[in-house]
Design a protein around this ligand. Structure first.
Ligand SMILES: [Zn+2]
Length: 414
């Protein structure tokens, strides 16, 4: 294997405060900083559309109009909610586009396009491994592209990802032991190729890891390490991305175990200084996983809930859209009479009813995560424990897991 060496550093992560295992920090990539813990909203930059439709995508289109402060939504300033966004190579052909359009989408960096030129947040581009596991590649209306590590990276680079990950092979709950071993080996091989391909890449490179508990994750890291020989992987990657948890998203106990065990293994293997991103998890799990030591998250739940006419009143509680009293929320969306009118159904397109709901849901996400960040920065663990007790701990189905996190990750109640 050719020598892999650390090149010019484009990414750094500084932990500035801790409360038990929870940590607050600053992630800096190419001179742009994000305070952590933080949430990356999932966004489809190219929803099958054209430049004039802000590249389409239904509710995603309205979200992009918020992100860009467009006249269509009243031109408010929402950019602070989009300092980091997540998109996936796999989403490019979600709308059945033709090859010509695909070539256009991948011809320039997202931020180099006139449409998105006002956007200056960090873009995390996932490899799409979870999707390519089932169908081997990108499937358009008149073309197919097989995705391997080289092709996944080529597309991530073309889109101008500030954070990119290796092409991974996520595990599934009913995989056999042998299947998990094979997937770990494939992912480890890809990780080596990814490290080689991205040596001069001007962005952050994250390593994906998969497993539900200590023994699975430890074995996964063994596969990775054996592929890299005696190279210290902490010098090659700027972060760890924990995947395969989406099928477990409603099982809080499983999520907490996965994150706590991953944190422990990262410590044992000298990777504790890297940020830990949890792929595909949002909403009510975030406070518990922050307490367990996770730093960043991404999810589509803010949009999915809006599509299901669900309006967030907190990370754990949503109410039906037709039962909302918009006076109860002072966010920029609910304070705008035009947008409230839209959310009440008085607009032509469904995307304009649900887009502002999604934006409100995103604001709730971001506000709660900011509150957690501030609590971590206060003295001791009590502010974080109080937050958990006052929020997720109020929910009967999560109370037991809240107590577990307080006892195991925050040093207990007293
Ligand atoms: Zn609101």
């Amino acid at each position: 294997m050719p020598q892999l060496k650390q090149t010019e550093q484009t990414a750094s992560f500084q932990v500035t405060a801790t409360a038990g295992d929870a940590r607050a920090g600053t992630l800096t990539i190419n001179g742009q900083s994000l305070d952590t813990p933080t949430f990356f909203p999932v966004l489809s930059f190219y929803g099958g559309g054209t430049k004039s439709s802000v590249f389409g995508g239904g509710v995603h289109r309205t979200i992009k109009e918020f992100m860009l402060g467009k006249e269509e939504i009243g031109g408010g300033t929402y950019d602070k909610y989009f300092r980091g966004t997540m998109t996936s190579v796999a989403s490019l052909t979600d709308y059945g586009i033709n090859q010509e359009r695909f070539n256009d989408y991948t011809s320039d960096r997202i931020k180099d396009r006139e449409t998105f030129s006002d956007y200056n947040g960090l873009i995390f581009v996932d490899s799409g491994g979870y999707k390519f596991l089932h169908n081997n590649g990108l499937d358009g209306s008149d073309f197919e592209i097989e995705i391997d590590q080289r092709e996944a990276f080529r597309i991530q680079k073309q889109l101008g990802g500030d954070i990119i990950v290796n092409l991974d092979r996520p595990i599934a709950p009913n995989d056999t032991f042998d299947e998990r071993q094979q997937k770990a080996e494939r992912t480890a091989e890809n990780a080596v190729e990814f490290a080689r391909l991205t040596q001069t890449y001007p962005g952050a490179r994250y390593l994906t890891v998969h497993g539900y508990n200590y023994s699975m994750l430890d074995r996964f890291f063994d596969h990775i390490q054996s592929q890299f020989g005696n190279i210290d992987i902490s010098t090659l990657f700027d972060g760890i991305a924990l995947g395969s948890l989406v099928p477990k998203k409603d099982d809080k106990a499983a999520l907490i175990t996965a994150v706590m065990d991953c944190v422990e293994i990262m410590e044992e293997r000298g990777l504790a200084d890297l940020p830990l991103h949890v792929l595909g998890i949002g909403s009510g799990s975030i406070p518990l996983l922050v307490a367990a030591g996770a730093d960043t998250f991404d999810s589509t739940t803010y949009i999915q809930n809006a599509i299901n006419q669900k309006y967030a009143v907190s990370l754990t509680k949503h109410i039906p859209l037709d039962a909302v009293d918009f006076n109860q929320c002072d966010c920029a969306v609910c304070s705008d009479p035009k947008l409230v009118n839209w959310m009440q159904g008085n607009t032509e397109y469904q995307k304009d009813v649900l887009g502002p709901v999604a934006m409100h849901n995103l604001i709730i996400h971001r506000q709660e995560v900011r509150e957690l960040r501030q609590r971590i920065k206060q003295h001791g663990t009590d502010p974080v424990i109080d937050y958990l007790d006052e929020t997720v701990g109020r929910n009967d189905s999560i109370r037991k897991q809240t107590h577990r996190v307080v006892n195991e990750a925050l040093g207990g109640y007293f």
